[in-house]
Design a protein around this ligand. Sequence first.
Ligand code: NOJ
Length: 543
Amino acid sequence: MPSPQTDWWRSAVIYQIYPRSFADSNGDGMGDLPGITARLGDLRELGVDAVWLSPFYPSPQHDAGYDVADYRAVDPRFGDLGDADKMLAEARALGLKVIVDLVPNHTSHDHAWFREALAAGPDSPERERYIFRDGRGPDGSEPPNGWQSVFGGPAWERVDDGQWYLHLFDVSQPDLNWDSPEVRAEFVSVLRFWLDRGVAGFRVDVAHGLIKNADFADWHYAGEILGGLAPEGAPPPPMWDQDGVHEIYREWRAVLDEYEGGRILVAEAWVQPADRLARYVRPDEMHQAFNFEYLDTPWSADPLRKVIDTTTAANAAVGAPTTWVLSNHDVVRHATRLGYPVGEPRKHGIGIGDPQPDVALGLRRARAATLQMLALPGSAYLYQGEELGLPEATEIPDSYRQDPAWERSGHAERGRDGCRVPLPWEADAPSYGFGPADASWLPQPAVWAEYALDRQRGVTGSTYELYRAALRLRAAHGLGAGTLSWVDTPADVLAFRNGGLLVLTNFGDAPAELPLNARVQLASEPLTADGRVPQDVTVWARV
Ligand code: NOJ
């Protein structure tokens, strides 16, 4: 029976915390759990319903913690299990739910299982937990097939005894074998471990990758980073979106349903078209799946209307809400993405010597995009720092880069470090208030001072106050649980009604008219003197 208590996620605003870059309590330059605990009150003040934490588990950090060595503990860099419990207790006291990251496609090469697999040798039960194969060619010196790693280079690595193991990501991230009952049982046990500690659910990493096509047919195309999508003209990829993954999520859903309070699964699945993605959120599977197609859509009225329609309809067909998102730790921040000419996406990061964005235009459009997103029915995810209007750090010296994609792509891709720079909280403090010392694991640009929370709090028109006002109004008007109906507009203008509000975005250079009876509640930028909506502005108005 649906209830507000168990169905909170259908309309929730969920804030992504990237632990290494959120708040550092001990001055070592790396964010940590006590740092997060101390700042949860700020997130309550912002007005979000829940947080999702990227991985904080023990890890050699070859992929910023998405290479997990132990699923039931905390990396000493971030604290310990006691700190996790304190963080969960503080969140509970503040009325915030906490979602944690689950990385089931691969472990770290430092995981006990992988070490045992290497030691045990071919045909052992220990190797059965991973995907080991003999190589091709007379002496087996060629990889079993031509699959490419998402981060660049071959997806197979040879070990001393001559066998090869599959790693769809970094060489330090061996893929698990999800045909193994032991692997399945282990993850159910990991789910219970965190559910028993009180987490509200799991963001499931690479949810579309767990099952590989049994024939391991050759497929030598390079997918987009995290795209999992076949380039045009390529046959369907044998490693992504295989039907077998759904059985796993059905089993997990049954486990979550044993717990009270509406525990959820959210899929990170780079799957298109929308009706394929919707299969992940059928009633007995996951609850949410990030709508990356929306995130990827150019800043233009027609394509946005189309993607809002098709994704909403595909989800509605299976009774699921749509889960909107504009930024995360894997993509160029939207305040920067939108500062490039429309239709010139920057998918692989930005560095010194690359064309630089128009920062003011990017922020203007980002504020408009956010107001559009937060007015759409469904759930929405925010990525830490976007409420400050934070741009991508586009001039990190390459010597600081840590994203494995940078090395593995032979420096063809700058990677994702630019969206992962530690947050500025106080303009005049060391590391802009990220921690008590100057240390910061990635260098913070000098302009970070202007974006610091203490420069924006209480300042009318600041991006922070815009987000706060939007979240307040979104709740007051029940927008997340509302229904969208389109309003006829001139080309280059997109407008819909939801929850008694008219939400209008103007993409064109001619100012757009509002209806005569419109009473503006919120606007991403000031209107013209005669009350019209300028280019790249979104307005919420009562009509
Ligand atoms: C998706 C995560 O969001 C990303 O950061 C990571 O590199 C890959 N999955 C591999 O785990």
